[in-house]
Design a protein around this ligand. Sequence first.
Ligand SMILES: NC(=O)C1=CN([C@@H]2O[C@H](COP(=O)(O)OP(=O)(O)OC[C@H]3O[C@@H](n4cnc5c(N)ncnc54)[C@H](O)[C@@H]3O)[C@@H](O)[C@H]2O)C=CC1
Ligand SMILES: O=C(O)C(=O)COP(=O)(O)O
Length: 395
Amino acid sequence: MAERLQVLVLNEISENGLQRLPSDRYATGKNIAAPDAVLVRSADMHKMDVPASVRAIGRAGAGTNNIPVKAMSARGVPVFNAPGANANAVKELVLAGMLLAARNLSGALHFVGGLVPDRPDLEKTVEGGKSTYAGYELAGRTLGIVGLGKIGCLVADAAIKLGMNVLGYDPDITVDAAWSLPSQVRKAGSVAEVLRVAQFVSLHVPLVDATRDMVNAQNIRLMQPGAVLLNFSREGVVSDEAVLTSLAAGHLGRYVCDFPSAALLRNDRIVCLPHLGASTREAEENCAVMVADQLRDYLENGNIANAVNFPSVSMARESEYRVAIANANVPNMLGQISTAMARAGLNIHNMVNKSRGDMAYTLVDVDSAVSDAVLADIGAIEGVLSARYLPHLPG
Ligand SMILES: NC(=O)C1=CN([C@@H]2O[C@H](COP(=O)(O)OP(=O)(O)OC[C@H]3O[C@@H](n4cnc5c(N)ncnc54)[C@H](O)[C@@H]3O)[C@@H](O)[C@H]2O)C=CC1
Ligand SMILES: O=C(O)C(=O)COP(=O)(O)O
C-alpha cells in the first residue's frame, strides 16, 4: 500500500466528514507527528508551531481568525473553510437570541428553576410572578444587520418572514448575496446608521483589523434606548467595556452574545451562550464534509475551492502527471517554471494559472513522469512557495 496521507485533527470533527478521507489513503487523528494537512474548528493555531510538512489547512466552519493565514500564505499553504455550511445553524440561534431578549426568557427560566415543586401555592406564585417577565413582540420592530454574507442574508430573510423591518450594511456585499436578499431589506450607508435606526442590531462580520471594536464606547451611544445588540460574530468585534457601561447607564437594553468573556458573566441583562452558533448536528456535518472534500481534492489533484488565501483553481485530469505550484504573483514565474520543465524534456499537456492578490497558483499537466530533481529545480525558483508532484492515483 502506498504511504497514507497524514491529517492532524485538532478538534472534534463530524465522523461523516472524516469518512470522506478513506482509510486506505488517509490516516487521521490527534497524534500525527508530520501531518500533510490539518483539520480544525476553533482551536487556536496561532499558539502552535505548524509543522513544515503541512500542505493545507481545512477549517470546518466559517471564521479563520484562529489560523495564522498570513504565515501560511508565505509558505504557500492554502487555508480552506466551509462558506455557508453552518449559516442556517447560526441564523436559528440568532432568532432564539432575539426571542430570549424580547421575552425575558433567561430571567423567566431562572424564576421557574427556583420554584419549589411541592408548595401548594405553586400556581399562584407562577401567575403572580409572570408579569415581571412580560416582553414585546418582534413583528414590526426593526432589525439592523452588519455583514450581509452567508449568515447575515439568512438572518435578514428570516426576520422579514417574522414581520420585522430589516436594514443591512455591508460595503463589500457579493452579487450573489445581494440577489439572495428579500427586496424589503433596506440598504444602510454605515454602521452608525444601523445603530441609530434599529431596535435589534446583529453583527455578522469576520474578526479582522477593520472590524475589531466595531461597536465601541463612541458609537454604542447612537443606539436606541432599550435596544438589543447581538454578537454571534466573534469576541473582539464588540467592546465588552462599552456594552457594560451602556447597560449600567440604562441605555442598551440587552446584549446577547456567543462569547462569554469573564467581564460578561453574571449580568442579568446579558445573555451569554457558550459559542453554540454552529453546534448543530447538521452544521457540524455540512462543514466537515465540505472541507474534507476540498482538502482531499487539493491533496490529490491540486484543485482549490474555497481557500481564503488562494484563488479558486480547478483543472480536469487529462494526463497522469501533474505539478501544482504556489508562487508569488510577480512577473516571469510561468516563464521560469516552463523553462525548468522544458530543460527536463517535459511536454506541457495542459496548464492553468490564476492569481489572487499577492498569491498565484499554477497547475501543469505533463505527458511523462516528473523527477524529484525537476521538482527541486522548480522549488528553487525565487518566488516559488511550494511545488508538489501529484501523479494520478488509481481509483
Ligand atoms: N457563533 C458561531 O458559532 C459562528 C460565528 N461565525 C462568525 O460569523 C462570521 C460571518 O460568517 P459568514 O456570514 O458565514 O461569513 P461571510 O464571509 O459569508 O460573510 C461575512 C460578511 O461580512 C462582510 N464584512 C466584512 N467586513 C465588514 C465591515 N467592516 N462592515 C460590514 N460588513 C463587513 C463581508 O463583506 C461579508 O459579506 C464568521 O467570520 C465568524 O466569525 C460563523 C459561523 C459560526
Ligand atoms: O464557523 C465558525 O466561524 C464558528 O465560529 C464555529 O465554530 P466551531 O466550529 O463551532 O468551533
